[in-house]
Ligand binder design. Structure first.
Ligand SMILES: [Zn+2]
Length: 308
């Protein structure tokens, strides 16, 4: 499958350009979650479009919008944001985020129904529209691959077998990535169509190399968030992965799914951070232009095109 599905229809791999593999543009979190942590609501089309424009101005061309239905996906709002910044391709997500957000309906809904809904989002359209998702999501909890986590992974694998769309998972603090990969592959997902998110929350290079050796993509998206450790550790991790021959299995994003991360909502570092400050730092630390092209353009293109 060489076609990639965006909110404005299919594009070819060469149209992806600089790609951020894991973001959120609009989030309506479940009421119980919003009550516990109001810093999840990305709820302004205007502010999100302003932020997306900063990504476009920094050279960004594709955003993967990883908000799944259990985290508060809103297809109409995301389409409205995408339409305000036409130079950026926006790819939406089918499947489910993680057991913690699913709550009891993760058990109550039959697996076959979850598969049917996921495939419908990918092949017919999301929530009664003709806007299709282009990514399949699933996820697990911290150090725990429980029954519901395994169910979400099996649903994603079944949707992959029917549609061939790539799978991008949520890992909680970078744990259970190998286990997710193992079950996805056992369930028929090709390793080079799997990407694991938030792996730099646990910057364990040997473990990341073990996963990359399966052929699976390892996603890094904690840049500019020093609460998850210093930036130097993430720079060293990327250097180590490239020097050991695993650079072609890295994906770069920023997962700025909170208003406090965005300048337009009064926070920081902002959606252009990776392409401005962080990219400048990589150059300063001796990364070559070829390496930067590999990280920001070639790797996501290969992943979405389904090339090995
Ligand atoms: Zn995310």
């Amino acid at each position: 499958m060489t076609e990639i599905m965006t909110v404005n229809g299919p594009i070819t791999p060469d149209q992806l350009g600089i790609t951020d593999y894991h973001e959120h543009l609009y989030v309506e979190p479940p009421t119980w979650l919003h009550g516990k942590d109001p810093d999840f609501a990305l709820d302004s089309v205007e502010k999100s479009a302003e932020e997306l424009q900063s990504f476009a101005d920094a050279g960004g061309r594709t955003i993967c919008e990883l908000t799944a239905v259990d985290f508060g996906r809103n297809v109409g709002k995301i389409k409205a944001i995408a339409d305000k910044v036409p130079e950026v391709n926006v790819i939406m997500t089918a499947g489910y985020n993680r057991p913690h957000y699913m709550g009891r309906w993760g058990y109550a809904v039959a697996e076959a129904d979850m598969i049917r809904d996921t495939v419908r989002d990918l092949t017919v359209g999301i929530d009664g529209t003709d806007i299709k998702a282009g990514i399949i999501k699933c996820g697990t909890e911290y150090n725990n691959f429980n029954e519901m986590g395994q169910k979400l992974v099996r649903v994603a694998a079944a949707a992959y077998r029917e549609t061939g769309r790539p799978v991008i998972t949520h890992t909680t603090a970078g744990t259970m990535g190998y286990e997710q990969s193992d079950l996805l592959i056992e369930q028929g997902v090709d390793a080079h169509r799997i990407a694991l998110s938030h792996m730099d929350r646990n910057p364990d290079a040997p473990e990341h190399k073990r996963i990359a050796s399966l052929g699976v993509y390892v996603g890094y998206d904690c840049f500019g968030k020093s609460k998850y450790g210093p930036e130097s550790r993430r720079v060293t991790l990327i250097r180590d992965m490239i020097d050991s021959g695993h650079g072609q299995r890295l994906l770069i994003g920023n997962d700025l799914g909170r208003p406090s991360y965005w300048r337009a909502y009064g926070g920081g570092p902002g959606l252009d951070f990776v392409l401005t400050s962080f990219r400048a730092r990589l150059r300063q630390e001796g990364f070559t232009e070829d390496e930067l092209t590999m990280l920001f353009i070639d790797n996501p293109r290969r992943f979405f095109a389904g090339e090995r």
